[in-house]
Design a protein around this ligand. Sequence first.
Ligand SMILES: Nc1ncnc2c1ncn2[C@@H]1O[C@H](COP(=O)(O)OP(=O)(O)OP(=O)(O)O)[C@@H](O)[C@H]1O
Length: 310
Amino acid sequence: MTWSHWQEYALAVEINGMTSTPVIDVERLNVRYGDFHAVQDLSFQVRRGEFYALLGTNGAGKTSTMETLEGHRAPTSGTVRVLGWSPRDRSAVRPKMGIMLQESGFSPDLTVRESIRLIGKLTQRTDRVERVLSIVDLTRKAATRVSRLSGGEKRRLDFATTVYGAPELIFLDEPTTGLDIQSRDALWDAVDKLREDGSTIVLTTHYLEEAQQRADRIGLLHKGAFHQEGTVAELTRALPAVIRFALPPSAPALPLRGRRESEGRFLIETHHLQHDLFTLLRWAQEHAVELRELEAGPTRLDDVFRAIDN
Ligand SMILES: Nc1ncnc2c1ncn2[C@@H]1O[C@H](COP(=O)(O)OP(=O)(O)OP(=O)(O)O)[C@@H](O)[C@H]1O
């Protein structure tokens, strides 16, 4: 082997090593608050470039887990490695990690531009302030004090500081709360671009649709442990697809077994969506019945959540 072949080989090993080393590696994480066991023996990994959603019922332990990954909380026991380091090792991980918390902690007297610069200094990330301002459409507010921003604008500033320097690992905690639809779309477009450039995303949200559309994998927490973990398809596989619609009171009996959800609204659960939908549409045609608010589709994450036994 020539010297240049050796160099190529060494680089390939390094790249393979990088891709196979998880960005987040959690092993038997436990978080206790006094007698209360909030996170119980939780183990999972997030791969480089992955979009991982940590979801769960209220009080399931998402925040406790996220805070541990972000380095804000020490585990009671277990090991947590982020980008190969303990997340408590702030100087090692902070330059490579962007964190969007549920609540921002900006100083009200600073301007938008000053706030971004300050975060840049604190995290030792470098970027162009104008670049991130344009991503969140706050260019015109660069000289405005934080105290004068609306709730949605503060949230966008939060996102701007999170993605400043295009960090390798980005934590998004309920990122779209309080955002209008245009701002939400802009945020997800920016996340898509970051992913194209190789960033790893960890999301937690109660907007299940957002996770369903984007997450490569989902960790579904319930009472401090994983109820399920996998792709959306894996999580929804066991549950039937659903057809929902509303009927006028005069409609004849349904051709399929359905469930009344509320007055005039019905739900049919099926493992043969195409076949049963066809039967229903043919019946509606034959009886001149209008199926109002008709929805048919694969199982939604909402249904997976509803199926969790409390
Ligand atoms: N500082 C604390 N002291 C005592 N108990 C706590 C503390 N923080 C959280 N808990 C409890 O630990 C459990 C998990 O809380 P956590 O905030 O991690 O859940 P979560 O999944 O983020 O919930 P939610 O969706 O409701 O925000 C809850 O029952 C909560 O009451």
